[in-house]
Write a protein that binds this ligand. Structure first.
Ligand code: ATP
Length: 776
């Protein structure tokens, strides 16, 4: 390759460069893969700039054209395969001058930068100086007017890749959930030893200026105490911490004590609070056998979790779309996410807001720092306090507002059910309500009511629910049975136990159950209480939400399965694995997993399977294996939802592929089955369980003191909480515009319109199934 090509005529196609900069983060490879493949799909050329800005400054072989196959298999790789560096010379104008020259010489007129706020600031400085840099290069005789003419505008798009999640304007950065997963795995392991020896553990996590990792890991592991930079504890915190921990151990019988401290934790005078200081306090004042664990760089390592693969892929695709949409006057965007919606935000606004947070912390204006952080962060912090310090006198409601809140699980188990219940119980105890767990769903409630009245409904206390913090499944028992099996019995049980409100955690059956109760209000006054559904199902098929608890845990389980099975083929012959996913009549899990593992094709019930489709895909595979020169012999994955076709079963498809391959490659069927419903809940499911559960409790509480008739007349008294685009909302079940009438496909047990269907296109584009490219 000529290291110094001088294109006299600018390329007709865009040449898009991509680099990763700052600290590495899991998911950066997914972003590069998506940028490269989306660029190629859009008839542009893609260039990887190696070692961050270092590669831009040095040019030559550090800027390499990328082809479709170059990024094969990158989704499952940790770190960043194109390297990252902290580049001092790019901080100087002279360095940026060299970078500008290299870009013009290579004909690159758009740059996607994946990094933290420092890297994105650098990108914006570069963009702002761009025309001045070019003029200077011409004046110095390094480039000619003719050479720079086509490059008058530099398009920059930012992707936030950082484990800290410290960028304002986005709920999550690429890498933060993977890092949180590493932390939670470590703390879950420490749990066992802490429990066995009744020990205390002080665990230090990353986050110099941002407490996101510390806060989310404290929530996910039920930590007793938390230190984050944004909200230093009040003076005398040592006494507060010791008193709270003593209470947890003595009064609530907790055998283990976990304190999470962000590396940037400080007191109100900005003096560092270190993990060893905390350890000494616990040891000396409480005589607690306390150990310190500094998690360090393990937090950065490993493959990206499902969410980071999904996020980096969709954001990489969006970055290329943004490049193609940009006009000479468009401000540079950074690709962000709010709840479930990928968005574009002005880059400098996001960077400025991030810097403002740090400035406010330095100025000891902690209130303002917290306000400048994302609303989600603030809300989640409050939610943590609600559950970490139950029975705090200031938080109690007045006597007449105290409620008896029943909690029930309906349907198949899903990760996050226990966490949602734990959070609801802790909230109830904090506020002075009574939390009643209904064991084994509606059949449990009805049956036990008839036989031995009280046994299926039990008041839950703090300690019992505390251990649910990291457990999968449903501890109180879940059941698919519906109240319609004995509506009268259900009504009697509601009356007997004096339920004032009902919190239902579960999937489509939970939705159906609440619909039945709502409709039965006409006959039974007992059901005229506020009822809310918190969707929890791996199928993610509940109307009113784009996200259900448990779906993230299931995705992580599935990608682990796919990664392992794919790797198993690396040393043997070439193989295609046809893997069957659960999901009922909804192809959500199959499609999202397909996106996260780079599947060749995904078969879903919404589209069905026909012979033409199979024939095309077999041709596609055949062609692909011919072009595969053996650089990457890992297996290829096809995902098939369990209900995608009655005729073309997973085994039949695998057999057809094998037959048609004529010995050039093999095919195998694999069914992970109930493996998909098990495992420890992912941190995302744990955190969202807490946040959404507390919102549900607050919603139920808002009905305190209302009459049964007022409640029945209010459509919002039977609702579903859900993520809808960029918001978390309650949607009414009944009424003309309610979910039951407008959004539910009752026959197929899924929402009428499924937000994720468009992701099928992304899977197809990035696997090359759309267009004529090689597959992953
Ligand atoms: P992390 O969140 O992991 O710290 P970061 O992107 O914030 O990532 P930095 O070390 O701050 O990491 O920045 C990475 C690189 O970006 C720097 O080494 C430098 O090359 C470039 N950079 C940062 N700030 C600027 C700036 N103000 N002007 C020019 N370049 C910059």
């Amino acid at each position: 390759m000529d290291p110094n090509p001088k294109p006299a005529v600018p390329p007709k196609k865009r040449r898009i460069g991509v680099l990763t900069s700052g600290g590495d983060a899991p998911g950066m490879n997914g972003a590069v893969r998506a940028v490269v493949r989306m660029a190629l799909h859009s008839d542009c050329e893609a260039y990887a700039v190696y070692e961050g800005y270092e590669g831009l400054v040095n040019g030559g072989n550090m800027i390499r054209q990328m082809h479709w196959e170059d990024v094969r298999g990158w989704l499952s790789r940790g770190g960043t395969l194109i390297g990252s560096a902290r580049c001092m010379s790019f901080r100087e104008r002279a360095g940026r001058l060299r970078a500008a020259k290299n870009m013009v010489l290579r004909g690159i007129d758009a740059l996607v930068v994946c990094g933290g706020d420092g890297s994105l600031t650098g990108a914006d400085v570069f963009r702002a100086e761009w025309s001045g840099l070019l003029q200077e290069l011409v004046s110095a005789g390094e480039l000619t007017e003719e050479q720079i003419k086509p490059y008058s505008v530099l398009n920059i798009v930012g992707l936030v890749g950082s484990i800290d999640n410290d960028m304002s304007g986005t709920d999550a950065t690429i890498g933060c959930y993977s890092s949180l997963t590493r932390i939670c795995d470590a703390v879950d392991d420490v749990f066992d030893t802490a429990y066995s020896h009744q020990r205390g553990f002080v665990i230090e996590v990353m986050g110099r200026h941002c407490g996101w990792l510390a806060l989310m890991s404290a929530i996910s592991t039920g930590a007793d105490w938390l230190f984050i930079p944004e909200i230093p504890p009040r003076d005398g915190w040592e006494d507060d911490m010791c008193a709270s921990i003593t209470k947890n151990r003595k009064e609530r019988g907790k055998r283990r004590t976990i304190v999470i401290v962000a590396e940037g934790a400080q007191d109100r005078q900005l003096n560092k609070i270190s993990s060893s200081t905390i350890k000494d306090i616990l040891t000396q004042r409480l005589g607690l056998d306390t150990r310190t664990t500094v998690l360090g760089h393990t937090q950065r390592g490993g493959a990206a979790c499902a969410y980071d693969r999904w996020l980096s892929t969709l954001q990489g695709v969006e970055a290329v779309r943004a490049v193609l949409d940009m006009t000479p006057t468009s401000p540079s965007p950074v690709i962000t996410i709010r709840e479930n919606k990928i968005m574009r935000t002005p880059l400098m606004e996001a960077v400025q807001a991030t810097k403002d947070v740090t400035a406010k912390i330095h100025a000891k204006d902690f209130q303002a720092a917290m306000t400048l952080r994302d609303p989600e962060f603030k809300e989640t912090y409050r939610a943590y306090l609600n559950t970490a310090t139950p029975d705090h006198p200031k938080m109690m409601v007045s006597q007449e507002k105290k409620m008896r809140i029943a909690i029930i699980h309906v349907g198949a188990p899903a990760g996050g059910m226990n966490q949602a219940t734990r959070a609801a119980v802790a909230y109830c105890l904090t506020r002075g309500h009574t939390a009643l767990a209904i064991h084994n769903g509606f059949p449990g409630l009805i049956r036990h009511h008839a036989d031995k009245p009280i046994s299926s409904v039990r008041e839950v206390q703090w300690l019992e629910s505390d251990s649910w913090v990291n457990e999968g499944g449903s501890d109180i028992g879940t059941n698919r049975g519906l109240p319609s099996e004995d509506m009268e019995g259900a009504a009697k049980a509601f009356e007997l136990h004096k339920f004032d409100a009902l919190f239902v955690v579960g999937g489509f059956e939970a939705f159906t159950a609440v619909s039945q109760l709502r409709k039965a209000r006409a006959q039974y006054d007992a059901f005229k209480i506020p009822i809310v559904v918190l969707p929890a199902t791996i199928s993610n098929n509940v109307p009113g939400t784009e996200y259900s608890l448990g779906s993230d845990t299931c995705l992580n389980t599935l990608i682990e399965f796919c990664d392992a099975i794919r790797q198993s083929a690396s040393s043997s012959r070439r193989r295609v694995f046809v893997i069957e996913t659960q999901g009922g009549q909804s192809g959500y899990i199959a499609t999202t997993a397909g996106l996260a593992v780079g599947a060749v094709a995904v078969y879903i019930p919404e589209e069905g399977i026909d012979i033409k489709m199979l024939s095309r895909d077999i041709d596609f595979l055949r062609d692909n294996f011919v072009r595969d020169k053996g650089a990457n012999r890992a297996g290829k994955i096809i995902l098939r939802n369990e209900c995608a076709s009655k005729t073309y079963s997973t085994q039949v498809i695998a057999d057809m592929i094998k037959e048609e391959a004529h010995g050039r490659f093999e095919s195998r069927a694999a069914v992970p089955g109930h493996f998909q419903q098990g495992g420890k809940p992912s941190p995302m499911d744990r955190v969202r369980a807490l946040r959404m559960s507390i919102k549900c409790m607050q919603h139920l509480e808002s009905y305190a003191g209302k009459s049964r008739e007022q409640i029945a007349a209010d459509d919002m008294s039977a609702t579903v909480i859900g993520v809808k685009g960029s918001q978390v909302l309650f949607s009414p079940m009944g009424g003309e515009t309610g979910l039951e009438a407008t959004e539910t496909d009752w026959e197929r047990r899924r929402p009428k319109s499924e937000f994720w269907l468009e992701l099928q296109d992304v899977v197809n584009v990035l696997s090359g199934r759309t267009g004529n490219r090689a597959v992953d």
